[in-house]
Design a protein around this ligand. Structure first.
Ligand code: NAD
Length: 497
């Protein structure tokens, strides 16, 4: 399949084509080389071409960045009026909007994301997150609490300090902002480590933050491998909090590492979310949402509806509809606005997904469509539907993180709940039915941080987001994120003193 980039297309302004240059770390307000002088290459997953050379940070770079973040925390950021912090974040959001074309194109190029998806989801959600928390900066308050007659007792909320933000490659800009915006609004300073596969948007938006007036050292970016830069952050004695999105395996290691100085930890990990379709549902709407729920971002979504549970009477019809939708999706050049699926992020991820296809076939699942690579350049995979999947199969239990859906048959409500709740994960679930009692019973009993009823996949920064067990620890978004980045302090004042 030919994959060609033409940034002069449609309304893309050719002058705003991202200039991919040698990317340096950002520490204490300046772009700097890594102390080792080493760098690594970043590929465009659609073409396998090198698009950037990026400085490879190490433990010593992390030390520099943490020291800068500590100075900024004790200095300008913490002491600044809260309203002024909010104004800076708002100016940053304005700058992001002014540079929208460039940032959208950069994210699409670096992560292989269809530009239509970045325009519809990643970019507006990142800006919305930033403006939402900019508004919170001067509204974080404590309480006056009645205790004794001779005392004034109240709480204040204080920023936790220096935050390490470790970010994955599936939504680098949006998930990055889920961490940056609330931490900054609360008065924390940050060392951020983007995923090594997708470092570019973080570096660019951090430059714009400086332009918006963010004092030096408040936001530092150290690029490089997780097991070096991420590990050094997690184990650093002067980091107060780690906020992480990624795999459960790395999440477990982070909890252990953070125990050294009892860092606060929040983790957003994987999922194997069930999208449950009862036989009285609007099947057209359910199948459309089920396809979008698994194939958006080529299935590389923590809340992807990777298990579609269908009641036996309508099972064949839903499989048919899903297959038709999968086959109609256009796979190809992410820069083309008609593209629905771009490549997956890397050759390793592609091989892992294709291995799962083989595992599913061996387990006896029926490959109804897809299951193969598209072309021989770029990491494209055809949207894949497995039918006749049994709950116990690995393709039903393990997160594949690709465009592969397992369609599972169920008998009744109890059976649907048993299967939906029967994995190690608990991030999200969907339910489709015309029976309001049934959907409410499901919503109550579903083991999930988010339940969608007769819809699937929406997120909004105003609502809490996260899960338990292998899906993570704590919640992001809304006021939950303010709790993540502040600690309450109790103050007693003797009124007779
Ligand atoms: P990962 O967990 O290895 O990487 C996520 C981030 O953690 C990256 O920035 C990485 O550099 C960093 N990291 C890696 N090792 C680290 C360590 N020892 N200490 C600290 N930080 C470290 O995930 P991945 O390899 O990018 O993807 C693998 C799987 O993770 C996927 O297949 C998927 O299941 C899951 N994942 C989930 C999400 C999500 O949104 N929940 C996002 C990306 C990946």
């Amino acid at each position: 399949m030919p994959v060609a980039y033409d940034y002069g297309h449609e309304r893309q302004d050719a002058r705003k084509v991202p200039t991919i240059r040698d990317e340096l770390l950002l520490i204490d307000g300046a772009r700097v080389r890594s102390l080792s002088g080493r760098s690594f290459k970043s590929l465009n997953p659609a073409t396998e071409q090198v698009i950037a050379t990026i400085a490879e940070g190490n433990e010593a770079d992390v030390d520099r960045a943490v020291a800068a973040a500590r100075r900024a925390f004790e200095g300008p950021w913490r002491t600044m009026r809260a309203a002024e912090r909010g104004h800076i974040l708002m100016r940053w959001a304005e700058l992001l909007k002014r540079h929208a074309d460039e940032i959208v194109a950069l994210e699409s190029l670096d992560a292989g994301k269809p530009i239509s998806g970045v325009l519809r989801q990643d970019f507006p959600a990142a800006v919305d997150t930033l403006t939402y928390y900019a508004g919170w900066a001067d509204k974080i308050s404590g309480d006056v609490v009645s205790t004794r007659d001779d005392a004034l007792t109240y709480t204040v909320r204080e920023p936790v300090g220096v935050v390490a933000a470790i970010v994955p490659w599936n939504f680098p800009l949006m998930i990055g902002m889920w961490k940056l915006a609330p931490a900054l609004a609360c008065g924390c300073t940050i060392v951020m480590k983007p995923a090594e596969l997708t470092s570019l948007s973080a570096l660019r938006i951090a430059e714009l933050a400086l332009e918006a007036g963010l004092p030096k050292g408040v936001l530092n970016i150290v690029t490089g491998p997780g097991r070096v830069v991420g590990d050094a952050l997690v184990n650093h004695p002067d980091v107060d909090k780690v906020t992480f999105t990624g795999s459960p395996g790395v999440g477990r290691g982070i909890m252990k590492g953070a125990a050294g100085n009892f860092k606060r930890v929040s983790l957003e990990l994987g999922g194997k979310s069930a999208n449950v379709i009862f036989d009285d549902a609007n099947l057209e709407a359910a199948a459309k949402a089920a396809a979008a729920g698994i194939f958006f971002n080529a299935g590389q979504v923590c809340s992807a509806g990777s298990r579609v549970l269908v009641q036996e009477k309508v099972y064949d019809e839903v499989v048919e509809r899903l297959v038709a939708r999968a086959e109609a999706l256009r796979v190809g050049d992410p820069a083309d606005r008609a593209t629905a699926l771009g490549p997956v992020i890397s050759e390793k991820q592609m091989r892992s997904i294709l291995d799962y296809v083989e595992i599913g076939k061996k387990e006896g699942a029926q490959l109804a469509t897809g299951g193969e690579r598209v072309g021989d350049r770029g990491y494209f995979i055809r949207p894949t539907v497995f039918a006749n999947v049994a709950h116990e199969m690995r393709v039903s239990q393990e997160e594949i993180f690709g465009p592969v859906v397992s369609v599972i048959k169920f008998k009744d409500e109890a059976d649907a709940l048993r299967i939906a709740n029967g994995t190690a994960y608990s991030l999200a679930a969907g339910v489709w039915s015309a029976d309001i009692g049934r959907v409410q019973r499901f919503a109550k009993k579903a083991r999930a941080g988010t339940v969608w009823i007769n819809t699937y996949g929406y997120t909004d920064v105003r609502l809490p987001w996260g899960g338990e067990r292998d899906s993570g620890l704590g919640r992001e978004h809304g006021t939950a994120a303010l709790d993540n980045f502040t600690e309450p302090k109790a103050v007693w004042m003797n009124l007779n003193g």
